[in-house]
Design a protein around this ligand. Structure first.
Ligand code: ACO
Length: 330
């Protein structure tokens, strides 16, 4: 179980450039109708000037400002990405540098679209181990750089963006019931291969850019299974105080609809913003949290389940008691 921790700040940062389904109609053989009906996506943000580190730093700076936590008090930064700017240094280290955070632990997590849930659980656990009073958890993705913009089966699904939360030690526990899981992806359902590099010790290799490869229907089947399983397990662990709201990974609205139907849950219980941003991989959950708070959907006292799934094949969930008052309540 977790040591007592709360979320003290949340923020997101998305690129300025909006790409609608109608614009994609001019690039590949697709239609707004096909994309909307099969996925719920209407538009996405695409990084032009923005970088993964730049968006991560912006979201982290805003989350820190909201929390009132000083830079000197951050003991740990855990970042997650599968589409970051550099192999090394870690995105967490780049955020530390960008925000001029003097001294803390900094590391990245790679767990596909489940990255944020993994990062959150890792940060809370490490806060206890390291005796840190506060931590930054940041997700930032530039999926547009890893999408083949001539492949209609994948390019319509993804977008770019970042989200961040500040964790702070609290009197009472406000984060509960971590679930982290993974099963082997035996059929390679979601893969982005690193491009090959030639060395002096072997024959030249083809170092062409590699793009995301995905078996859509297989991912769909996996996603609905693990999302339902994780939500049921979290519900059981909550016992007499069940979660009433859910912020799921936004991969496809049909996945969420399916789970809603099989679990007989109400649409109002789910926060869904995939129509605006498409699938930003590990960043969908913190971007959704920031939107949910900003729009007043997420309210102080709410018990909310976060649930994610992604390449690996990974999955995970956690329950949060939301403690940040809404602006009008402050
Ligand atoms: N526009 C128009 N037609 C298209 C497009 C497109 N963008 N993409 C595929 N099609 C066509 C196919 O070519 C196919 O045509 P055919 O019948 O003539 O062969 C037809 O549409 C049906 O294709 P399917 O792949 O069977 O379509 P499906 O209903 O399975 O929907 C989708 C595809 C949306 C990808 C769905 O499988 C899905 O959402 N899966 C989950 C994948 C996912 O969410 N991945 C996110 C990344 S991983 C993650 O976040 C964990």
């Amino acid at each position: 179980m977790f040591a007592p921790v709360e979320i003290a700040g949340v923020a997101s940062c998305v690129p300025a450039r909006v790409v609608t389904n109608f614009e994609l109609e001019t690039m590949v053989d697709t239609s707004d109708e096909w994309i909307s009906k099969r996925t719920g996506i209407k538009k996405r943000r695409i990084a032009v000037e923005e970088t993964a580190v730049g968006m991560a730093a912006q979201a982290a700076a805003e989350a820190l400002a909201m929390s009132g936590v000083g830079k000197d008090d951050i003991g740990l930064i855990v970042a997650c990405t599968i589409s970051g700017d550099n192999l090394t240094p870690a995105m967490a280290s780049s955020v530390q540098k960008a925000l001029d955070i003097p001294r803390c632990a900094a590391m990245d997590i790679s767990a596909g679209c489940t990255g944020f849930v993994y990062a959150l659980v890792t940060a809370i656990s490490l806060m206890d181990t390291l005796g840190a009073d506060s931590a930054l958890v940041v997700a930032s993705e530039t999926m547009s750089k890893y999408v083949d913009w001539t492949d209609r089966s994948t390019c319509v699904l993804f977008g770019d963006g970042a989200g961040a939360v500040v964790l702070r030690r609290s009197e009472e526990p406000h984060m509960h019931y971590p679930i982290l899981n993974a099963v082997p992806d035996t059929d390679a359902a979601i893969v982005i291969k690193k491009e090959a590099r030639t060395t002096p010790f072997g024959p030249p290799v083809d170092g062409r850019m590699e793009y995301i490869r995905m078996n859509g229907s297989e991912v769909f089947t996996y996603a609905v299974e693990v999302m339902e399983d994780t939500l049921r397990r979290l519900h059981k662990m909550c016992g007499e105080k069940p979660y009433t709201k859910i912020i799921p990974h936004q991969a496809n609205e049909k996945i969420i609809d399916y789970v809603m139907r099989t679990m007989r849950l109400d649409r109002e219980q789910f926060f869904i913003n995939i129509s605006e941003y498409a699938n930003t991989s590990s960043a969908t959950i913190p971007i959704a949290m920031a939107d949910a708070y900003r729009t007043g959907w997420l309210r102080q006292g709410d018990r909310v389940a976060l649930v994610g799934f992604g390449s690996g094949l990974t999955s995970g969930g956690v329950v949060i008691d939301w403690t940040i008052p809404n602006k009008k309540e402050k």
